[in-house]
Design a protein around this ligand. Structure first.
Ligand code: 2HG
Ligand code: ZN
Length: 469
C-alpha cells in the first residue's frame, strides 16, 4: 500500500480499504464495460464522518475520488480508470427514519432502490421511482443522475421525490440541504444542483425521500403495432382514454433478444413494434360509472386501434403474474443485449417531435449503416428513446465504436435542431461528453464550469466526467 493509503488507513483503522486486484476490477467499472478499471484503491466507509475524513485526506494528497453506488450506470459516470480512489457507499445502506406526517423516508445513500421501495411499502406508502436495475442501483446513484425509469409518465424523475439531502463537500464539510421542507424560498436550491450532478460536486451520503399513496390496482396490455409510425396515435389514444401509469415501447429486434434470453413469446406472429401500456383498473377521476372500468375502456381502445390500422394484435394481463411476464419483455432488454456489447444512446425530445425524428433517423440508419442491428425501445410517454446498436459480424470493436460515435454525432445534431438532449436519464459521464455542447449552450456550460470550479477547486470529485475544466 502506498504511503498515502497507509496514512488514510492509520487515520481510519476501521475503514475497509482495499487494493486487491479483484476489488479494483469490480468497483472500478460500471455497465459500460468500455474503460479498463484502474482505481488506486476502494474505500467503503460506514459513517458520514469517515466520508468527511476521506474527502479531506484526498484533498491533502491530491487524489481524485469517484463516488460509487451500484455501478449500474450506462454512461461511465462511476468508472474509475485513472488511479482514483473509489468511495463506495455500499455499507451505508440503512433506513434511518420514517415520518408518517411528513411522509418522508430518510435513508443512507447506499441503500438499493428496491430496499427503499420495500421500506416505503412497509409503511403502506409508495416510492414511485422504478426501473429494471432496482435490485442493485442505489438511491445515491439515482440522485446523482436524476434517474427516470418506467413511471416518469405519472410520477416524474427522482428530482421530484427528494425532500432533502446531505452531501460532503470538497473541503470535507457536511451540507444538509432543504431538510424535508415542502416550501423553502430562501435562495438557490442547492439540493437541485446536486441532483443530476453525476458525482462532480459532492458525495451524497443521505437523502430524505418523499413518499406517496400506493398506486391503485393496474392492468398491463401489450399491443403489437404494424409500424413505428403507429406509436403516436396509439399513445395519444391511450393517454386520452386510460389512466396511464406507464407507456413503453420496443421493436421486434428488442423482443428477439429478450426471447433468445428465455422469455415467453407474447404473439404467434412477429410484429415490428410493441407498446406496453399499464393503466388503472378503476379510475376515480372518471366522468361516469361506466367510465370507471379501465379494462372495458382498454378493450374498446384496442378495437378502435384495430379498425384504424394502428394495432395488429394485443394481450391483456389477468393476474399479477401475467403483468410481470409482460413487463419482463420490456425490462429484460438491457440484460438480454449486454452480452452483445451494444453501443447505447439515451436521447430526449419533446414527445411531439418523436415521429419526425424517428422517420429521419430510421432513414439515416437504412442508408448509411445497413449492416447494423439497431434496437429501438424506451419511454415514449417521456420523449425518451433508447437506441442500442449491436455490432455487425466481422467488424472490429474499434471500427464499430468509431461508426457508432459518428451516428451519435448525427443524432446529436438532429437533437440540437429539435431542442432535444443527448441524455434523457443515463447521464453524460464519459460516454456522451463530446456532445454536451449540442445539448447545452456555451453560456450554460460556462455556468456549470464556474460552479464546479468554485465548489471543487482542486477537481477532486469525478474528474473527467460530464465536462473537462
Ligand atoms: C431502460 O429503460 C434503461 O431499460 C436501460 O434505461 C436502457 O439499456 C438501455 O439502453
Ligand atoms: Zn430507460
Amino acid at each position: 500500500m502506498s504511503g498515502a493509503l497507509a496514512a488514510l488507513q492509520s487515520a481510519l483503522p476501521e475503514l475497509p480499504l482495499s487494493t486487491d486486484p479483484g476489488d479494483l476490477d469490480h468497483y472500478g467499472r460500471d455497465w459500460t464495460r468500455r474503460w479498463p478499471p484502474a482505481p488506486l484503491a476502494v474505500a467503503r466507509p460506514g459513517r458520514i464522518d469517515e466520508v468527511q475524513a476521506i474527502v479531506r485526506w484526498a484533498g491533502e494528497q491530491a487524489i481524485a475520488i469517484v463516488p460509487s453506488g451500484g455501478r449500474t450506470g450506462l454512461s461511465g459516470g462511476a468508472v474509475a480508470a485513472r488511479g482514483e480512489l473509489v468511495l463506495s457507499l455500499e455499507r451505508m445502506n440503512k433506513v434511518l427514519a420514517f415520518d408518517a406526517i411528513d411522509r418522508t423516508l430518510s435513508v443512507q445513500a447506499g441503500i438499493t432502490l428496491a430496499a427503499a421501495q420495500q421500506a416505503a411499502g412497509a409503511q403502506d406508502l409508495y416510492y414511485p421511482v422504478d426501473f429494471a436495475a432496482r435490485g442493485s442501483c442505489t438511491i445515491g446513484g439515482n440522485i446523482a443522475t436524476n434517474a427516470g425509469g418506467i413511471r416518469v409518465l405519472r410520477h416524474g424523475n427522482t428530482r421530484e421525490w427528494v425532500a432533502g439531502l446531505k452531501a460532503v463537500a470538497a473541503d470535507g464539510s457536511l451540507l444538509d440541504l432543504n431538510r424535508g421542507l415542502v416550501k423553502n424560498a430562501s435562495g438557490y436550491d442547492l439540493r437541485h444542483l446536486l441532483i443530476g450532478s453525476e458525482g462532480t460536486l459532492g458525495v451524497i451520503v443521505e437523502a430524505s425521500l418523499r413518499l406517496t399513496a400506493p398506486p391503485p390496482p393496474s392492468q398491463v396490455m401489450l399491443l403489437a403495432l404494424p409500424e413505428l409510425a403507429a406509436l403516436m396515435p396509439v399513445f395519444k389514444a391511450c393517454r386520452q382514454r386510460l389512466s396511464l401509469s406507464a407507456f413503453e415501447f420496443f421493436t421486434d429486434r428488442a423482443l428477439h433478444h429478450v426471447l433468445a434470453a428465455g422469455a415467453q413469446a407474447p404473439f404467434a406472429d412477429s410484429h415490428p413494434v410493441h407498446a406496453l401500456v399499464e393503466f388503472d383498473v378503476d379510475d376515480d377521476d372518471a366522468q361516469s360509472d361506466s367510465d370507471h372500468d379501465g379494462q372495458a375502456r382498454a378493450l374498446a381502445l384496442f378495437e378502435h386501434g384495430l379498425e384504424q390500422g394502428w394495432i395488429a394484435d394485443g394481450v391483456i394481463s389477468h393476474s399479477q403474474a401475467d403483468a410481470a411476464a409482460l413487463w419482463r419483455l420490456r425490462e429484460g432488454i438491457t440484460e438480454a443485449l449486454a452480452p452483445h456489447r451494444p453501443y447505447k444512446n439515451d436521447i430526449s425530445m419533446r414527445i411531439s417531435a418523436i415521429p419526425g425524428f424517428m422517420t429521419q433517423i430510421q432513414a439515416l440508419f437504412a442508408r448509411d449503416y445497413p449492416g447494423f442491428d439497431v434496437i429501438w425501445f424506451g419511454h415514449i410517454g417521456d420523449g425518451n428513446l433508447h437506441i442500442n446498436i449491436l455490432p455487425p459480424e466481422r467488424m472490429s470493436g474499434e471500427d464499430f465504436l468509431a461508426r457508432c460515435e459518428q451516428v451519435t454525432g448525427q443524432l446529436s445534431r438532429a437533437l440540437a435542431a429539435c431542442g432535444g438532449s443527448i441524455s434523457a436519464e443515463h447521464g453524460i459521464g464519459l460516454v456522451k461528453k463530446p456532445w454536451l455542447g449540442d445539448t447545452r449552450s456555451a453560456a450554460e456550460i460556462a455556468w456549470m464550469r464556474a460552479m464546479r470550479t468554485a465548489l471543487d477547486p482542486a477537481g477532486l470529485f469525478n474528474p473527467g466526467k460530464l465536462f473537462d475544466p
